[in-house]
Design a binder for this molecule. Structure first.
Ligand SMILES: Cc1ncc(COP(=O)(O)O)c(C=O)c1O
Length: 441
């Protein structure tokens, strides 16, 4: 293999069969499409290159900067591509939650701008969202940005129509698999591959995987966030299922420790979601059938993410108190939730609560409840591990973007013995929508 440019090494990734002794399916051959073997490390190399390529000619002369709303793999690929073409790269995001990825982007020469926003993906109807305002500024005629626009750019999907999909068909001797399973971030890879596979066989079943409601799996959306993605069309998927962060880590450990596949969490999520789905249909099969899932990227960038959730893997004691280990039923049973009206009355009462805002510092600085304190959720998580972070004498109101994380922590603090801790129902978004007052730093 000899290349003139590293970009020629993008694509043509291996399709590797998973040992049936590992997944236990009797009638289905399960294959992993190893997108982590792309040269910059992920499935996003294909779409980053396909989106950036048309704008590169003359971009350096025009003094353009490549810009993308990404805090992960797209940013990584674009930073490298920009460097190769004498351009600067700017990553705009609401919060870099995985420290290794932030450090890697800085190493690659990226400039990082963290802006507040409800999530990294834009809500185009929310004109107050600074990320939305930035997105609009990019489209202005005098803009000196080469904006790749991964959530809306059809060239994201087309990269997989041209490459990933046909490669799978070729490696399966000209046939589409019976099932295709992929995690959904921008939806580019799943949409593009599904389109190609259905052209070969309209009966192929496509399973899209998202993160469980209150869970964070770096690189993919939750079921609520996915509808904000311009490229997402529910009709692409026969089934949309969610995977918890815990399940993603189980899948990741199985692929790493038993299959030699050094996958990151979303590869683990795809494996877990695939095997769970396929076990429900395996017994109905008489002939041999085939399924393919995507391994998006590698493990090394997620060590702190894994350490936070599985400290015992790193020889550290399991935390006594963790919101991550509570089940949904436990959260429902133990958390006290209060709506905006109730919270406003409580704040105006003789014994007002301490309001703890668990959002990122930028979102907090933009708008928050007057008098609240900001403890970003990762830090809060560390604090509660060693014991109650507040006196039991002071009631506490917890707030987060939409009320899910705060409910989990309300359940945990109640379990730890705090007599009066409540979660703001619907979070700061519901508070804002109800017209309740917010202040700005
Ligand atoms: C780690 C990881 N997994 C999965 C995906 C999903 O890919 P797509 O954006 O094509 O839906 C992404 C996208 O950024 C990702 O970074």
């Amino acid at each position: 293999m000899r290349y003139d440019s590293i970009t020629e090494a993008i694509g043509n990734t291996p399709l590797v069969r998973i040992d049936p002794a590992v997944h236990g399916l009797r009638h289905i051959d399960l294959y992993a499409k190893l997108e982590m073997l792309n040269p910059f490390g992920s499935v996003k190399d294909r779409s980053a290159w396909n989106m950036a390529r048309p704008g590169l000619a003359g971009a350096a002369e025009r003094g353009e900067t490549v810009v993308e709303l990404s805090s992960g793999n797209t940013a990584k690929a674009l930073a490298l591509l920009a460097g190769m073409h004498g351009l600067r790269f700017k990553s705009v995001t609401n919060r870099m939650r995985v420290p290794e990825i932030k450090e890697l982007l800085l190493l690659l020469g990226a400039e990082i701008e963290e802006l507040p926003g409800q999530s990294e993906c834009l809500d185009p109807t929310d004109t107050e969202d600074p990320l939305t305002r930035f997105h609009q500024a990019l489209a202005e005629p005098q803009s000196t940005y080469l904006h790749t626009d991964q959530y809306f750019n059809p060239r994201n999907t087309e990269a997989h129509v041209a490459g990933t999909g046909p490669e799978i068909v070729k490696d399966l001797d000209g046939r589409a698999p019976d099932w295709f399973i992929a995690c959904v971030g921008t939806a580019g890879s799943s949409t593009g591959v599904a389109r190609v596979l259905r052209e070969h066989d309209p009966d192929v079943q496509v399973v899209g995987l998202v993160a469980h409601k209150s869970d964070f799996i770096p690189g993919i959306r939750t079921i609520d966030e996915v509808h904000q993605v311009g490229l997402f069309d529910p009709a692409t998927y026969d089934t949309i299922a969610s995977v918890t962060a815990d399940e993603a880590l189980d899948g990741m450990l199985t692929l790493i420790r038993r299959c030699g596949l050094l996958t990151g969490p979303t590869g683990g999520a795809a494996y877990h979601g695939a095997v769970r789905h396929l076990h429900t249909v395996d017994a109905d099969s008489t002939e041999r059938r085939t399924a393919v899932f995507i391994v998006c990227d590698r493990a090394e960038s997620y060590l702190s993410y894994v350490r936070q959730r599985r400290p015992e893997l790193f020889g550290r004691p399991a935390p006594k108190n963790s919101a991550h280990t509570l089940t949904d039923a436990e959260v429902r049973a133990e958390a006290t939730v209060i709506d905006t009206e109730g919270a406003r009355r409580w704040l105006a009462s003789e014994h007002p609560p301490l309001v703890v805002d668990l959002r990122g510092p930028h979102a907090y600085a933009a708008l928050h409840i007057d008098g609240s304190v900001n403890i970003v959720d990762e830090l809060f998580d560390e604090l509660v591990r060693t014991g109650l972070p507040f006196s039991k004498n002071r009631p506490v109101l917890l707030a987060c973007p939409v009320g899910e994380k705060s409910t989990r922590y309300a359940a945990l603090l109640t379990r730890m013995g705090h007599p009066d801790v409540r979660s703001l129902s619907g979070g700061i978004v519901a508070w804002r929508d109800a017209g309740a007052p917010l202040v700005r730093d």
